[in-house]
Each structure stands twice: as structure tokens, then as C-alpha cells.
Design a protein around this ligand. Structure first.
Ligand code: DWN
Length: 397
């Protein structure tokens, strides 16, 4: 049975960066109620009512996975490791974005699947075989017919975006070779609870996974987990190594140990999530109080990164231009636009943070190390970052 534990109020579609702000565009903006459930049967954490994917993954998809050095390095490392460990001859990536993972493979070795047409065009143009479609059983059958069984299927920050997980996993079963591997990584619910990073909940993050939930869900599609990795990326992610029930892989000892750890953290109990929701309310109160205090002193505050995550914070906490003057973002097609819901203008960072800025809210807190390195001058002149994870805090030199 699914039970709601968190209500993050009215939220927009996070990819809907507005080009103009006027009566018409404001009236047209789509909002839904963002509440989050825990299922005591499967242990899965999901949004109560997912938004229609066709409204999200359009031909105007803004996010570019290759915007951070951290992620470029991470994809390079995992590509190298996967090649060394599994020696795949035919690999497929679900949700290939702008090709940040693909580029580590030879063109004839890898197939891309990407439903956002503007992104699919990028990898197609670079010469990668790209299916501009959602990952479904129908597509999987088509791919199997053309290429036979796949040795490796990889997905990063994609599977948690798909409402119908049974369809995803059945589709994997269809096109994966007998001893093929399906490797996927997504933000980890255990880390979200630990870091109080409630901004990991937004329209696109339909589910947040644990090992407990994933072990149950994969069974129905005759798949099983044989290894896992815990990652630092995106504020704490989990990577699952999955194979067919009948395959040769034996389960690593750490899988069993990790399950015990999750039980100790209470990931199989509703009350753990309920307690988290109280911490979220506290975080909102403290963030608003800090921002208001800073503004009363006449200081200038911006947001560093107009991330999708930050849309949850701005809309849940009701933070608009009265508290945050503008956001900077390196993604070209976000620049000149306005953040969804709260309509904060987005600018190009033009190198470093401007001299007259006193505080920068970390909309991209998951890249704090990279950002601190880049913004040494801001910190040297006394500038401070505002960060909401794990607690509301200021980060200086
Ligand atoms: O799952 C998803 C993740 C992986 O990416 C998608 N649903 C959408 C998107 O979510 P996000 O926007 O919360 O992800 P990021 O990668 O945390 O966003 C950071 C934003 O900050 C990007 O728009 C780029 C920007 N940025 C910047 O302006 N300066 C990032 C860095 C490191 C910088 O130095």
C-alpha cells in the first residue's frame, strides 16, 4: 500500500523554462501537486501522480549532462570500468542526453536511445545510431530484431524518470543477451534522507530507489542484482549491476551487507520517511529566515545554477526575485529565460560571479567542490555560498 509522507505543494514542470513573462505565458504555465509516497510492499518511494512524460521530454529539453567537469570525469571512468569488466561488443544507452557517455565508445559499438528530439539530433549528428524514442518493449523488440542480444545496457539518471518500471525492465529482458548486463545509476533515497536533499523530488524524478525496492521490482521481469556501487555524483547515487536470473553472474557479498545497512537506516519503514518530512519543513523555515535576514541587510543574493532541483526549493519555499535577484547557469539554452514557477531571470555566468554579489545560493550544490575551485575570487573577497544540505549553512573560504 502506498502512503503519502511528503507534500511539496504546487510545482511546475522543471524543464519549462519560460522565454517570456507576460499574462499569457503565466496563465499557460502548468502546475501540479507534488506529493511523495512510500509503498510498504515494494519499499519504493515515488511521486503520487506522475506528470505525462510527453509534456516533460520534449524537443526543447534544456539539461545538458556534459555541463560539469565532475560528470564528464564520472562517465569516462564508468565507461572504462565497464569495458574492462564486461568486454561488451554491443552496448546500448537509455537516455543518452548530449552523448556524454557515448563519446567514450566507438560509434559501431554503441546504440543510443533518447526521447528528447533536440538531444537525439546532437548524437545523431555526431554519427551515433540514435533511436529518438522512449524506452519501451516495442522499441526493445525492434532493436533485438536488428542487432540481436545486447551485451551491455547502461542508463544514468534515466530509469528513475520513467513511471512504468515494469515496462522498462521487461524491455531490458527482451533485448539483453543471456549473460548481458544492465547497469544503471540514479540518485539514492538513502542519501536523500541523510542529506535532507528534498530537492531531488521533482516531476522528472518519479521514483527514488533503494536496494530493497529494486531487488523486489526486478524479480517480476526475471532479473536480479549482482553488484552495486555507492557514488558521490548528484549528491549521492546508487549504481545497480543487473543480470538475467539464468545468467552466470554470482551475487557479490557487498549486496547482502548493503541490504542490512538499508534496514538499519529504516528504509523499509514509513516512519523514517515521515521523520524526514519534518526535517524538510524545518529546512524551509530556516532557509527563508536566513534569506530574509540577508536581504534586510541590503545584500545581493543570486542562485548559482538554475538546476531542475532548485525549482522544487524555490516553489516549495516561495522564493522569487524579492529574495534571489537572478540565477546564473552555464547551459546556453537556459540563459535569457526564467525559472519555472517563480520566474527568476537566468543569466550567463560570464566567467566568474559578479563583483557586486554577496551571496550565491547553491542551486547546483551537488557540484560544490567544482564550483568552489572555479569561484576562488568570490570566496577570497568575502562572498559566501548558501547551501541547504544537509543543514542550512553558509560556505566561505
Ligand atoms: O536527472 C536529472 C539530472 C541529472 O540533471 C535531470 N532530471 C535534470 C537535471 O537536473 P539538475 O538540473 O538538477 O542537474 P544538475 O546537473 O545538478 O544541474 C546543475 C546546473 O547548474 C546545470 O544547469 C549546469 C549548472 N552549472 C553551472 O551553471 N555552473 C553547473 C556547474 C557545475 C557550474 O559550474
Amino acid at each position: 500500500m502506498k502512503k503519502v509522507f511528503l507534500n511539496l505543494l504546487k510545482q511546475p514542470i522543471t524543464n519549462s523554462y519560460l522565454s517570456k513573462i507576460n499574462k499569457k505565458t503565466i496563465k499557460k504555465e502548468f502546475f501540479y501537486n507534488l506529493s511523495v509516497t512510500y509503498d510498504n510492499k515494494t519499499h519504493l518511494v515515488s511521486l503520487s501522480k506522475p506528470v505525462n512524460p510527453k509534456m516533460q521530454f520534449t524537443d526543447k529539453y534544456a539539461h545538458r549532462a556534459s555541463q560539469s567537469i565532475t560528470m564528464l570525469k564520472s562517465f569516462k571512468k564508468i565507461s572504462k570500468n565497464l569495458k574492462k569488466r564486461f568486454k561488451p561488443k554491443k552496448t546500448l544507452e537509455i537516455g543518452s542526453n548530449d552523448g556524454v557517455f557515448l563519446k567514450n565508445f566507438r560509434k559501431k559499438e554503441i546504440i543510443a536511445v533518447e526521447p528528447c528530439l533536440n538531444l537525439a539530433r546532437i548524437t545523431k549528428k555526431k554519427g551515433y545510431l540514435t533511436y529518438p524514442e522512449f524506452w519501451t518493449k516495442k522499441l526493445s523488440k525492434k532493436i533485438f530484431k536488428k542487432h540481436n542480444g545486447l551485451d551491455l545496457i547502461y542508463a544514468a539518471n534515466t530509469i528513475c524518470h520513467i513511471p512504468n518500471l515494469r515496462e522498462v525492465f521487461d524491455a531490458i529482458s527482451i533485448s539483453l543477451d543471456k549473460n548481458g548486463v544492465f547497469v544503471f545509476e540514479d540518485p539514492y533515497i538513502g542519501a536523500v534522507l541523510k542529506m535532507n536533499s528534498y530537492d531531488q523530488f521533482y516531476d522528472e524524478h518519479v521514483h527514488l530507489f533503494s536496494l530493497l525496492s529494486m531487488s523486489k521490482l526486478l524479480k517480476d521481469s526475471n532479473l536480479r542484482i549482482f553488484d552495486i556501487d555507492l557514488l558521490d555524483t548528484h549528491g549521492g547515487s546508487i549504481r545497480f549491476y543487473v543480470c538475467k536470473n539464468i545468467s552466470k553472474f554470482t551475487v557479490k557479498k557487498k549486496v547482502k551487507l548493503f541490504k542490512k545497512r538499508e534496514i538499519k537506516q529504516g528504509l523499509n519503514k514509513f516512519k523514517t520517511y515521515k521523520k524526514f518530512s519534518l526535517r524538510v519543513k524545518k529546512s524551509k523555515k530556516e532557509l527563508l529566515s536566513l534569506l530574509k535576514k540577508i536581504k534586510l541587510k541590503g545584500k545581493k543574493v543570486i542562485s548559482y545554477g538554475a538546476s531542475y532541483k532548485s525549482a522544487t526549493i524555490f516553489n516549495y519555499c516561495n522564493i522569487g526575485t524579492e529574495l534571489i535577484e537572478y540565477a546564473t547557469d552555464t547551459t546556453k539554452n537556459k540563459q535569457g529565460k526564467f525559472t519555472p514557477g517563480k520566474h527568476i531571470p537566468i543569466r550567463s555566468p560570464n566567467g566568474e560571479i559578479e563583483d557586486n554579489v554577496d551571496y550565491a545560493f547553491l542551486g547546483a550544490w551537488n557540484f560544490v567542490k567544482e564550483i568552489k575551485k572555479k569561484e576562488k575570487n568570490f570566496l577570497k573577497r568575502g562572498g559566501k555560498f548558501i547551501c541547504h544540505v544537509p543543514n542550512i549553512k553558509l560556505i566561505g573560504l
